[in-house]
Ligand binder design. Structure first.
Ligand SMILES: Cc1cc2nc3c(=O)[nH]c(=O)nc-3n(C[C@H](O)[C@H](O)[C@H](O)COP(=O)(O)OP(=O)(O)OC[C@H]3O[C@@H](n4cnc5c(N)ncnc54)[C@H](O)[C@@H]3O)c2cc1C
Length: 347
């Protein structure tokens, strides 16, 4: 695109890479700065579910993800320390692929389309103004008090699951087990710790293994863990935020993070990236001022995400209330209505 204004993206996770690809497909010059290197393991359940799958299809990326080894998830089951729901079909299939394989596939695609991808460079991201997009991922919780959220992930072999996705809840969080590429199982958990209890230091491996005697502990009893895949992330801010409240142009978790129990954060990264492509291409061609493009993207993202963010907040509260966990397991077994409602309203 002769004379097109370039766009710089800060952050090469799913949102930044997908946006870069979409812009290159429209001939926009793109430079993307990523603090880390590819491939790398990320704390993520690696379960892609929801409308982001359609965004990937429209951007021509479904085949790429399939070739990278993605597997389909069709069933799910819910476990507490003492109860199990029967496996149920997911209302719509999910696709599961390690971030180790997914991020590098997207990074290679961006480069193949002529995007400039600079790895190992952390950009001072205070001033994200005209021509710059913030795709730097989750924001860190800074407020004192309350609960502190942290996430852990490891891959394992020799694990036989009752369903393609198993959710195991406990009093301090939940662990998802999900089949991914290469015959491995993703073991990923979100946990909370009271800020008022600093002595209660988490032991990552023990938390992911579950309480002695729990169905989770039993499931992972014979697992062979890939130690290199273990990773952790802390300070997660799970309060819903609006894109329109920001002065910067943001995509993905940089707008807001949906509670991971939904398995919808990656979808929101893909969707927000897709929503940003056309307005940014129009800015690049000189047809729209930056402020107009930024406001349109923010409005479209807020419209797309408001309902699911509200439902996700309540679903996470329900799932993490110990007294409600066994009734929820029973509902998940007996009520098709509840199962569908929880699934459909959070994506
Ligand atoms: C425990 C847990 C489980 C989850 N499970 C799932 C799941 O099963 N399904 C699902 O859909 N979602 C899940 N998610 C959410 C999902 O991982 C995120 O929503 C998704 O990764 C967001 O993509 P992103 O591109 O916005 O951010 P990220 O993938 O975090 O990428 C941001 C990138 O920006 C880079 N960066 C940051 N600052 C700078 C800087 N200053 N300069 C340069 N680079 C920078 C970082 O290195 C990073 O690579 C989970 C999250 C957690 C915590």
């Amino acid at each position: 695109m002769a004379g097109a204004k370039p766009i710089t993206i800060v952050g090469g996770g799913l949102a930044g890479l997908t946006l870069g690809i979409g812009l290159r497909q429209r001939g926009v010059p793109v430079t993307l700065h990523e603090a880390g290197h590819y491939p790398r393991h990320r704390v993520c359940g690696e379960f892609i579910s929801g409308r982001g799958q359609d965004s990937l299809a429209r951007l021509g990326l479904r085949e790429l993800i399939k070739q990278a080894g993605a597997v389909s998830a069709q069933t799910a089951a819910f476990f507490t320390a003492t109860q199990s729901s029967a496996p149920r079909p997911l209302p719509a299939p999910a696709i599961c692929l390690s971030r180790f394989a997914l991020d590098v596939a997207l990074a290679d695609k961006l480069r193949a389309l002529g995007g400039e991808l600079i790895e190992g460079e952390r950009v001072a991201a205070e001033n994200i103004g005209e021509g710059l997009v913030r795709a730097t991922g989750r924001r860190v919780q800074v407020e004192p008090g309350g609960s502190r959220w942290f996430g852990l992930k490891i891959h394992a072999r020799n694990v036989t699951l009752a369903a393609d996705l198993e959710m195991h809840v406990s009093s301090n969080g939940y662990v998802g087990l999900c089949k991914i590429n290469g015959g491995e199982v993703n073991v990923c958990g979100l946990f909370r710790k009271r800020a008022s209890n600093p002595g209660d230091a988490p032991n990552g491996r023990d938390l992911l293994l579950g309480q002695p005697g729990s169905p989770l502990r039993e499931r992972l009893a014979g697992a062979a863990f890939d130690e290199d895949s273990f990773c952790a992330v802390a300070g997660l801010l799970l309060r819903p935020e609006q894109a329109a409240a920001r002065t910067e142009l943001c995509v993905g978790d940089a707008i807001t993070m949906i509670p991971p129990v939904t398995g919808n954060g990656m979808s929101m990264a893909f969707e927000s990236a897709e929503l940003a492509v056309a307005p940014l291409a129009a800015w690049s061609r000189g047809e729209t001022p930056w402020s107009v493009a930024r406001r349109k993207i923010a409005r479209d993202c807020d419209t797309a995400f408001a309902r699911r963010l509200a439902w996700a907040k309540w679903l996470q509260r329900l799932v993490l209330t110990p007294a409600l966990q066994n009734p929820l397991a029973a509902l998940a077994t007996h009520s098709d209505w509840f199962w569908r409602m929880a699934f459909e309203h959070t994506r």
